[in-house]
Design a protein around this ligand. Structure first.
Ligand SMILES: [Zn+2]
Length: 383
């Protein structure tokens, strides 16, 4: 469409032929109505094209406007996001209040959870005053093979509670403590006696090298069954062996060398050897069917900066963060040891907490919130 088309003069012939000097207007007048209609159709087409093009233009303008609006919205969103994240950094959420305790490098080798095995020797303390004589502290709920046996002071008390609960559940007195703490020299003697009695190969399978035995810790003991009628039984043959393996968890003891874990422990299945690790560790170890080697490695997945291992009031083992710790339950986390000493952060709202070295590179902390009794959990009797 051009402006000329709209100019009536352009339609006028510039060189009028004689006899044909009629105005365009006249032609129109004389033209059949069909022609007029066609002419009128041309006009209508022009109008229609105009309308369509205008509409198309308008539509594209609207589209561009929409695009621009969405681009602007996106930009605004990203700016708001940036501002909000800036706000988060500048004014963090109210932080969980923590207390700090300091642990020395030596304390990595102390505590209920220390892993003493074929590759982690026990670091003997200068002062072994934490050991007490079983015979002087024991209850009437079990017997002890020698009156010289020693156990860790705290473990002694818990063992008395465990033995009382077991006696009640089994309906009879059944336990005899067969071995407890061993010094380096004791372990040497044990090893050599085993070689004499059963040979070198058997000794390697069942007896740790001096320095690498859990018995050095005062946290481990070998048990057997001695009934009041004087009969002895092997632990695994006892009709209430599963009861022992359930109740021990409740008191913080674990069956340390199950048959299925020989690949980790490098010790053959020992149904008689128990180890104190404390609650709630005994609970997680039995529930998740770990041995101590696996559990110590597992705890390293949990730190205050990331996820924490959690146990809620129903006994469910899961994960949380510092901001989502259970109101009633436990959290467990690992803190790597520093060069000389380590600052350990503990939630100030804790009702109780325990810290243990892992005997190699850090500390495992368990924190309890509120009062709770964990549901029953036990080790598989075989394995
Ligand atoms: Zn043992």
């Amino acid at each position: 469409m051009t402006g000329n088309d709209r100019n009536p003069n352009s339609r006028r012939p510039s060189n009028k032929a004689p006899g044909k000097s009629v105005s365009e207007r006249e032609v129109y007048k004389s033209a059949p109505s069909r022609y007029r209609k066609r002419r009128s159709g041309v006009n209508m087409a022009l109008v229609l094209i105009t309308v369509l093009l205008t509409a198309a233009l308008a539509a594209s303008v609207i589209h561009i406007a929409k695009l621009s609006k969405s681009a602007i919205d996106d930009r605004r969103d990203s700016i708001e996001e940036a501002i909000n994240s800036e706000k988060d950094t500048m004014s963090p959420k109210p932080q969980v209040e923590m207390i700090t305790v300091t642990a020395s490098a030596e304390e990595v080798h102390r505590g209920d959870l220390i892993l003493v095995n074929y590759e982690n020797p026990y670091v003997f303390p200068e002062d072994e005053s934490e050991l007490v004589t079983v015979y002087e502290h024991m209850s009437d709920d079990y017997r002890v093979a020698y009156n010289t046996f020693l156990l860790d002071r705290d473990v002694m008390d818990v063992f008395n509670d465990f033995a009382a609960a077991l006696r009640e559940a089994a309906g009879e007195r059944c336990l005899l403590i067969n071995s407890t703490y061993r010094s380096y020299a004791d372990q040497e003697l044990t090893y050599n006696n085993y070689v004499t009695d059963y040979g070198e190969e058997a000794a390697r399978e069942y007896v740790s090298d001096p320095g690498y035995s859990e018995h050095h810790t005062g946290l481990a003991m070998d048990l057997t069954i001695l009934l009041d009628d004087g009969t002895y039984q092997k632990m695994a043959d006892y009709e209430h062996y599963d009861v022992i393996n359930t109740i021990c968890v409740e008191y913080g003891f674990i069956h340390r060398y199950p048959a299925t874990k020989e690949g980790y422990t490098h010790i053959a299945h020992e149904p008689w050897h128990y180890r104190y690790v404390g609650v709630p560790h005994s609970y997680v170890i039995s529930k998740e069917k770990y041995c101590l080697e696996e559990y110590i490695a597992f705890t390293k997945n949990y730190t205050l900066e990331g996820k924490l291992l959690s146990i809620d009031a129903s006994g469910t083992v899961g994960e949380c963060t510092v901001d989502t710790m259970p109101e009633t339950g436990y959290v467990i986390y690992y803190v790597p040891a520093g060069e000389t000493e380590t600052e350990l952060k503990i939630p100030a709202a804790a009702d109780s907490y325990s810290v243990s070295g892992n005997n190699s590179d850090g500390f495992v902390i368990s924190v309890r919130f509120g009062e709770l009794t964990l549901p029953e959990s036990s080790f598989a009797v075989v394995g």
